[in-house]
Design a protein around this ligand. Sequence first.
Ligand code: UT7
Length: 325
Amino acid sequence: MRAKIIGTGSYLPERVMTNQDWEKIVETSDEWITSRTGIKERHFAAEGQATSDLIVEASKAAIAEAGIDKDELDLIIVATISGDNAYPSTGNWVQSKLGIKPIPAFDLSAGCSGFLYGLIVADSFIKAGVAKKVLVAGAEVMSRVINWEDRNTCVLFGDGAGAAVLEATEEDTGILSHFWEADGNLGELLIQPAGGSAMPASEETVANKKHTVHMRGNEVFKHAVRMMQESAMKAMERAGLTSDDIDLFIPHQANIRIIESTIKRANIPQEKTFINIDKIANVSAGTIPIALDQARKQGRIKPGDNVLLAAFGAGFTWAGMAIRF
Ligand code: UT7
């Protein structure tokens, strides 16, 4: 028995923030951002729009496509690093805002690998008989946790949400394999230092922008290239597939140079790689589910296709997965 995706949805807030818009706020240029990252624009949430609001829109679409009643869901997993509150979980708000009866709901913090971690947990729970129909969402409102004065990081991120509904299948489809790892020794390289028990909020932490993304970009880049490739290769190997068997590769979209290097090392052609970083930037845990939904809606995933997913993010965490649709 496997878990398979029976519906996906995504939501991008209306407001589009271009590189030219950032030129007016920090010392940067469209040329620098485009050539160093591949990003041209990103979506930013409207005032008052929280992460759960974005997830609700994506989830409604995923539930509709799955053709199920929302009350058939028996588990909600939300992957995010920019949830509505420290607690309750954003999963709880999603359950409430969707008007679903009380069911288990929780958040999962695994940076940009969060959605893949969520799929792995859902797959395991379905196989164990703990849940039958699971909603997994990945979403961020990064615009609220970036330092708007730090050009090294502020231009890299976007807001958005993606969601998938999973259920058990006896068919030869669904999640074929996964690979996931984490190494906390590298945690300091990409961190939001303040707001937790290690560094509680104070006037000083706010003044020093400690509640925002802190990243040593160069260091992260090197690890990302290596771990994205390893994740992709291990997921293919565990599914008994080679790069020739992959119909579409959906990598995490942090930097076009990381993607290019990954596909070169993993021997996957660019035509078989889904790229939307130019339009949505890095949406952390939201990136993969948004890309997966867009790829399906654009007809790039057909029944029987083997799709490979790979992500790398804060933690560090990294993960790969092969899915047959
Ligand atoms: O989501 C998962 C985790 N995140 C990632 O995987 C991101 C990984 N890292 C990266 O994508 C890249 O390292 C960055 C895009 C963040 C930076 O690119 P880079 O080629 O590694 O640039 P750099 O950090 O080495 O900086 C080169 C120069 C510096 O100037 P100096 O010190 O050489 O004079 C920066 O100050 O570029 C400067 N710079 C900028 N210039 C214009 C940094 N950000 C900007 C900017 N506009 N926005």
